[in-house]
Write a protein that binds this ligand. Structure first.
Ligand SMILES: [Zn+2]
Length: 235
């Protein structure tokens, strides 16, 4: 059994770096072994590997297709194609996109989820605009906000997986995304309502986020500093 020299976290032989602080693991008595099970999954997966994913996908498809088909038939028969059933069918389609591809895709699940979910949400909102609430809100409000969410989520995913190491720094990086998102939403809403952008409430909310990120980075530095001092002074 190894423990992190920096923060004391228990380490598995399949870990090259501490999952908490990112310090590289070097233990001659317990060398790195990629074959042993990893203590944390590299990708979030709600289903166990032994689940029959094809079967689950089929059941989910049938469960979602049934209400959609019933509503489409009722709409055609009783309201003569008024269009409301398309909203129900669209909602079922959106649920399908959120659930079924994640059952079947094995590699790059997070990226596929981001792409498909963004496309699904945009498609569903388009149906709402077309058949329930016509207006300019779709192109001027919904599309910019959904695309902003997509790009920020993609940037965060890339940053947290490839660039930023250590839990505290990763949390700080994620917290810094919040002001960007809020400023983008306020800018889109402002532009939609008045045709010009005056950022106000998003800046107010951004301040605590920036302070929290700063605090996390300071904590990260302090812990490293303390560990360094301990090493040098042989405490
Ligand atoms: Zn550590």
């Amino acid at each position: 059994m190894s423990y992190c020299v920096n923060c004391g976290v228990e380490l598995a032989p399949s870990q090259r770096a501490c999952p908490l602080c990112g310090t590289p693991v070097q233990n001659p008595r317990q060398p790195y072994d990629p074959e042993t099970p990893k203590p944390f999954p590299s990708e979030l997966d709600l289903f166990s590997p032994s689940d029959d994913r094809g079967y689950l996908a089929l059941i989910a498809t049938l469960l979602l297709a049934l209400p959609a088909a019933i509503c489409l038939c009722c709409d055609l028969a009783y309201t003569h194609g008024a269009g409301w059933s398309l909203l129900v069918a669209g909602a079922m389609g959106l649920l399908w996109i959120l659930v079924v591809p994640m059952l079947l895709i094995r590699r790059g699940r997070v990226w596929w989820a981001l792409l498909l979910d963004t496309a699904g949400v945009l498609g569903y909102l388009w149906l709402v605009e077309r058949f329930a609430a016509p207006g300019e809100w779709y192109w001027r409000l919904a599309v910019p906000i959904v695309l902003l969410l997509f790009f920020l989520a993609a940037a965060d995913t890339l940053l947290l997986r490839r660039v930023v190491k250590g839990r505290l720094r990763q949390t700080a990086a994620a917290v810094i995304t919040v002001p960007l998102l809020l400023a983008g939403i306020e800018a889109a809403v402002d532009f939609y309502l008045d045709g010009q952008v005056d950022l106000f409430w998003s800046l107010l909310v951004s301040l605590p986020c920036l302070l929290l990120a700063l605090l996390l980075l300071v904590l990260d530095r302090r812990r490293r500093f303390k560990a360094q001092m301990r090493k040098r002074l042989h405490w």
